[in-house]
Design a protein around this ligand. Structure first.
Ligand code: FES
Ligand code: FES
Length: 922
C-alpha cells in the first residue's frame, strides 16, 4: 500500500466530482481509491485481475481497478458503487433487487456485481440471461451460487410470500443486515486509523527446511524506519495455537524448522510505505531445505521423517465406528463392490483475504477483524499473549466468507502481539498468496469402500477406510477423523458396518474445517459404491437408495435411533418424479445423439447426504442475551458470527417469534465479546439449531418475566410502546406494563434474560456406538448433464435439490445455502485442486456464473424434536450429495468412473480413452 508522493498529480472525475491524487501514477487505482479517496466499497480480493471484486467503471466500462494504474484514469470518469448508490436510481434499484432475491450473502462480491450490473443495464434495458452471464463472468462469488444474482440483475419477480405467513418463523425476511452488506465497507481491511502500523510476515519458501536467523541487530540498525522484528522468542506466552486445545501444535512463529511452505517464521512491523519498499531478501536467515513428505503415502512409508515426535507413523488421530459382523455381510451378499477414490486439497477461496487490526484500549488488547469464532480467538490469544481472557476484546468485522477456514487463527496473533509490545494500533491484511499458502484447506482423502447387497437389494454391509492428509498441523483433523466414520454410512440402514478414518501429517499446508468436515469426500466413495451395487442388481439408482434409506426408529451405524425426524425418504420422494422424467429425457437424447453421430452424451445422477448438526459427542453450548430497555427497545445480543449465511436474521426471527414481537422491532448487538455472551463458533451447521434454541429460550424467558410482573398468562404478540409493553391475557383482556417504573435490571435493561442451550449428545464408546448428535439434516440431489466424449468437457444442465431442514425459518436464506453449497460441490467435483506452491486464483479454477445451472430447490420439513420450532441446520449438508451426484451422472453418460478428483476434462477424456482401449483389447 505504497503512498509515495509524486509531483505528477493525477486529476480525474471520481463519482461525479473532480479528484486530484498525489500518489504515484503507477499506483493501482484500487489502492488509490481505498487508501487515499477512502472509498472502501472497492474491494480487493486478489490484486491480480482474477476475482473481479475491485470492479469500477472507467468511462462507463467495467475495469479491474487492481490492474488499472492511476495514470490511466487521468482526465477520465471513474464510478464506484459508493457513488452509484448515492446518485443513480438504477444502481439503487439493483441493490434492492439483490436484497429482495437474497442475492447477497457475505457481501464481499456485491459492490463489484452491482457496479458491473449497472453498466450492463445502461447498455441493455432488459438484458438476457446470457448477457448477464457474459457481463458478470469476471466477478467471482463464493457464497451464493450465482442463481439469485442472476435473478436479481434481471429483475425477475420475487416469489410472493404466502399470505398466511404473518409470524416471524417461516417468513422470507430480507437480511436484517442487508443495507450493511450492500454497502460492504465493514470488513477487516476496511478499517483505517491514524498512527497505524502494519505487520507483515516472513514465511517459509520451502515445504520443509531448517533455518538459522542471522544478525538481526545489524538488520534493524541499517533500517531505522522498521519498528520491530518479532520471532518465536518474543511470544510472551505459548508459541503455539490450535483449535482443539489437546491437539494444539502450530507455532505462532516456527522455531528452527518450518514444516510447510508458507509457515510464519518472523514478523516485521513498520509503516506501510516502509514495508512496501523493504527488500525482504535482505532478511538475515539461512535456510537448509530438508526432504518433504507431500502426500500420505510418503508420510506413511517406512523411514519417513516424523513431523511431530509424539505422533508415531505421522498419524495424528484415528476415529472408528463398528457395528455387526462384516464377514457375515459378505456371506449374505448377492453382489459386492469395491471403490477407491482420491480427492485433492480444496481452497476455501472466500473473496475476502484474512484481515484485521489490534490496538490497546484502556490497557486491554482489542482485536478487530474477520473470524468465525470470537471466543475461541480470545482464549487462544490469552494463551499466546500470557494475558487473562478478560484482558482481550474481540470485535468481529463483517466476514467475507469463511466456510470453516476462519475458525482458525490467522492474522490475530501478529496484530495483537505487535500492538501489545508497541502500544500502537497495528493492522494486517493477507495477500491472496499468503491466504492460499498458509490457511487451512479441505483434506485430500484416499478412501476405500467395500459394500454388499443381498438378493432383495438390501444392503448387507460396508467397510470404509479413509486416510486424510491433515498437513503439517492438526487444526480440525481430529474432528474430521471422528465425524467421517459416523457419516460415511450415508443416511442408510446398515446391519454390518466398519469405518476407520485417520489423519496423517505431511509437509503440506494444514487441512482443517471446510463445509462438511470430510463428509463430502466420504460421500463420494460411498455413493459411487451405491450406484455400482444398484447397477449390479439392475435396480433403479434412486429406488435402490429409497429401499435402503434410514427411517424413523431404525438405528444408525452408531446405534442411535430417531423417532419422527428422519427426512431422507421424504427427500428422495420429493425428487422421484423429476428423476424419472430426467431418465426418460436423457435416454431419448442419447438415442438421438447416437443416430446423429454426435460426440455428446447425456447423464443423470442422484445422491443423498446427511449431516449431524453441531460438535460430535462434545459439549456445544450457545448463550444468547436480550433485554428490553425502559423506553421499550428490544435488543438481542447475539454473538453467532454471520458469515453471510444469515444467522443475524434467522436467530432474530426465532427470538422474535418466541417473545412475540416483529422482527423489525428487534435491534441487534453483534459479536463483540464484551457485549455478547458466547454463542460458540459458526461451524458444523450449528447456529440455527443451537444458538437458535438459546434465542428461543431467551425470548420465552423475557415473555415469562412480563407475565410474572403482570401476574397473568400471556396470549398473542406484545405491543411495544414508548416506555411500556401492552399484552393480552388468555381471556383477551389487555394489560399494560410500565417499564419506566421498573428498577434497573441486569445488563442495564428494565427486563433482561440470558439463556443457554447445549444439545443432548453422548460420547461414543470404543466401537463408536453412542449418540453423537441430537439431530441430523438430510438431503437428496439429482443432476442432469452432458459430456463431450472427445474433450471430456462436462456441461451441467440442471439440479433438483431436496433438503430436509425440519422447519425453514427463512425460506429465501435456505435456498441461498442450497445454491451456494451446490456451487461449491460443483467445484469439488469438477475443477478445484489446490497444489501447494500455486498460490493464486489464476491457476485455481473456481465456479463462475456460467458454471452453475438452474437449481430447483425443494424444501422438505420433517420437524426435529430438538430444533427451534423444528428447525435443523443446513449449511454443511448441502454440498455432501452434489459431487457424488455429478460423478454418477458422468458415469451414466460415459460409462466411466472418475476416481481421482476433480473430474477435469483431461481425466474424463483419459478415462473414456482407456475404456475404449480396454474394449479393443478385451
Ligand atoms: S482484486 Fe482486482 S481482480 Fe481481484
Ligand atoms: S456474497 Fe458473493 S462472495 Fe460472498
Amino acid at each position: 500500500m505504497s503512498q509515495m508522493k509524486n509531483l505528477n498529480a493525477t486529476t480525474y472525475i471520481l463519482d461525479g466530482i473532480e479528484f486530484t491524487s498525489s500518489l504515484s501514477p503507477t499506483t493501482r487505482l484500487s489502492q488509490q481509491l481505498r487508501d487515499e479517496a477512502q472509498i472502501k466499497s472497492v474491494k480487493v480480493g486478489c490484486n491480480a485481475g482474477d476475482c473481479g471484486a475491485c470492479s469500477v467503471l472507467l468511462d462507463g466500462q467495467p475495469v479491474c481497478a487492481c490492474l488499472t494504474p492511476l495514470a490511466q484514469v487521468a482526465g477520465r470518469k471513474v464510478e464506484t458503487l459508493t457513488g452509484l448508490m448515492a446518485n443513480e436510481p438504477l444502481a439503487q434499484d439493483l441493490g434492492q433487487s439483490f436484497l429482495d432475491h437474497g442475492a447477497v450473502q457475505c457481501g464481499m462480491c456485491t459492490p463489484a456485481m452491482l457496479v458491473v450490473a449497472t453498466a450492463l443495464h445502461r447498455r441493455h434495458l432488459a438484458p438476457s440471461e446470457s448477457q448477464v452471464k457474459d457481463a458478470l463472468g469476471g466477478v467471482l462469488c463464493r457464497c451464493t451460487g450465482y442463481r439469485k444474482i442472476l435473478s436479481a440483475v434481471m429483475f425477475r419477480p420475487v416469489p410472493p410470500q404466502s399470505p398466511s405467513q404473518v409470524e416471524p418463523v417461516g417468513a422470507a425476511y430480507t437480511r436484517k443486515d442487508g443495507a450493511a452488506r450492500i454497502a460492504a465497507i465493514d470488513f477487516g481491511d476496511d478499517i483505517s486509523e491514524t498512527d497505524m502500523l502494519e505487520v507483515r510476515l516472513l514465511r517459509s519458501p520451502h515445504h520443509h527446511a531448517s533455518f538459522v536467523i542471522g544478525d538481526l541487530d545489524a538488520f534493524m540498525q541499517a533500517r531505522p524506519q522498521l519498528r520491530m522484528v518479532l520471532l518465536a522468542k518474543d511470544v510472551p506466552g505459548d508459541n503455539c495455537f490450535g483449535v482443539i486445545p489437546e491437539f494444539a501444535d502450530q507455532p505462532v512463529f516456527a522455531e528452527s524448522v518450518a514444516r510447510f511452505q508458507g509457515e510464519a517464521v518472523a514478523a516485521i512491523v513498520a509503516p506501510t510505505a516502509v514495508l512496501d519498499s523493504l527488500d525482504w531478501n535482505s532478511f538475515p536467515i539461512d535456510w537448509q531445505p530438508l526432504p518433504a513428505s507431500m502426500d500420505v503415502y510418503q508420510a506413511l512409508s517406512p523411514g519417513a521423517e516424523l513431523l511431530h515426535h509424539h505422533r508415531p507413523n505421522n498419524q495424528m488421530c484415528e476415529g472408528r465406528v463398528e457395528r455387526g459382523d462384516l464377514q457375515q455381510a459378505w456371506r449374505q451378499s448377492e453382489a459386492t463392490t469395491s471403490v477407491e477414490i482420491n480427492t485433492a486439497f480444496v481452497e476455501h477461496a472466500y473473496i475476502e483475504p484474512e484481515a484485521g487490526m489490534a490496538k490497546i484500549v484502556n490497557g486491554r488488547v482489542q482485536v478487530y477483524g474477520c473470524t468465525q469464532a470470537p471466543y475461541m480467538d480470545r482464549a487462544s490469544l490469552a494463551r499466546i499473549l500470557a494475558l487473562q481472557e478478560t484482558d482481550i476484546q474481540i470485535l468481529p468485522s463483517a466476514v467475507g466468507g469463511g466456510f470453516g477456514a476462519k475458525l482458525d487463527l490467522s492474522f490475530q496473533p501478529y496484530v495483537a502481539l505487535s500492538s501489545l509490545l508497541l502500544q500502537q494500533p497495528v493492522r494486517m491484511t493477507y495477500s491472496r498468496a499468503e491466504s492460499m499458502s498458509s490457511t487451512t484447506k479441505r483434506h485430500p482423502a484416499h478412501i476405500q469402500v467395500k459394500a454388499g447387497v443381498d438378493a432383495q437389494g438390501l444392503l448387507t454391509g460396508m467397510e470404509f477406510t479413509g486416510t486424510f492428509n491433515t498437513g503439517a498441523y492438526a487444526s480440525w483433523g481430529p474432528t474430521v477423523a471422528n465425524r467421517v466414520p459416523v457419516h460415511a454410512s450415508g443416511p442408510y440402514r446398515w446391519p454390518n458396518y466398519s469405518a476407520v478414518c485417520r489423519g496423517v501429517h505431511t509437509h503440506c499446508v494444514p487441512a482443517g474445517a471446510f463445509r462438511g468436515f470430510g463428509v463430502p469426500q466420504a460421500a463420494i466413495a460411498q455413493e459411487m459404491a451405491f450406484d455400482q451395487l444398484a447397477n449390479a442388481m439392475n435396480l433403479d439408482r434412486l429406488d435402490f437408495r429409497l429401499r435402503n434409506a434410514l427411517d424413523q426408529g431404525v438405528a444408525t451405524v452408531t446405534g442411535q435411533t430417531f423417532n419422527g425426524s428422519v427426512g431422507i425418504k421424504a427427500c428422495l420422494a420429493a425428487i422421484h418424479l423429476p428423476w424419472k422424467k430426467a431418465l426418460e429425457e436423457v435416454e431419448s437424447r442419447n438415442q438421438e445423439a447416437i443416430r446423429n453421430n454426435s460426440r455428446i452424451r447425456f447423464g443423470v445422477g442422484v445422491a443423498c447426504g446427511w449431516y449431524g448438526c453441531g460438535n460430535t459427542s462434545l459439549p456445544n453450548p450457545s448463550t444468547i442475551r436480550a433485554g428490553i430497555s425502559k423506553d421499550g427497545q428490544v435488543v438481542l445480543h447475539q454473538g453467532a458470527v454471520d458469515l453471510g449465511q444469515g444467522s443475524n436474521t434467522v436467530i432474530c426471527q426465532i427470538f422474535a417469534q418466541a417473545l412475540g414481537v416483529a422482527v423489525d422491532q428487534v435491534q441487534l448487538a453483534n459479536g463483540d465479546t464484551d457485549i455478547t455472551p458466547d454463542a460458540g463458533k459458526t461451524s458444523a451447521s450449528r447456529q440455527t439449531f443451537v444458538s437458535g434454541n438459546a434465542a428461543r429460550l431467551t425470548g420465552l424467558e423475557l415473555r415469562r418475566q412480563i407475565g410474572s410482573l403482570l401476574e397473568i398468562e400471556l396470549r398473542g404478540p406484545l405491543q411495544l410502546l414508548s416506555g411500556g409493553v401492552q399484552v393480552s391475557d388468555v381471556a383477551g383482556k389487555l394489560h399494560h406494563l410500565d417499564l419506566r417504573n421498573l428498577p434497573d435490571g441486569r445488563f442495564g435493561y428494565a427486563l433482561a434474560a440470558q439463556q443457554s442451550y447445549n444439545p443432548p449428545t453422548e460420547a461414543l464408546d470404543a466401537q463408536g456406538q453412542g449418540k453423537p448428535y441430537a439431530q441430523f439434516g438430510y438431503a437428496a440431489q439429482m443432476v442432469t448433464l452432458a459430456v463431450d466424449l472427445d474433450l471430456g468437457l462436462v456441461d451441467l444442465k440442471s439440479f433438483v435439490a431436496a433438503h430436509d431442514v425440519g422447519k425453514a425459518i427463512n425460506p429465501v436464506l435456505v435456498e441461498g445455502q442450497i445454491h451456494g453449497g451446490i456451487a461449491q460441490g460443483i467445484g469439488l467435483a469438477l475443477m478445484e485442486e489446490y497444489l501447494p506452491g500455486h498460490n493464486n486464483l489464476h491457476d485455481y479454477l473456481l465456479p463462475t456464473i456460467g458454471d452453475v445451472p438452474p437449481i430447483e430447490s425443494i424444501i422438505v420439513e420433517v420437524e426435529d424434536a430438538h430444533g427451534p420450532y423444528g428447525a435443523k441446520g443446513l449449511g454443511e449438508h448441502v454440498m455432501v450429495p452434489t459431487a457424488p451426484a455429478i460423478l454418477g451422472a458422468i458415469h451414466h453418460a460415459t460409462g466411466v468412473w472418475i476416481q481421482q478428483l476433480p473430474a477435469s476434462p483431461e481425466r474424463i477424456s483419459a478415462a473414456i480413452s482407456s475404456k475404449k482401449e480396454s474394449f479393443k483389447h478385451g
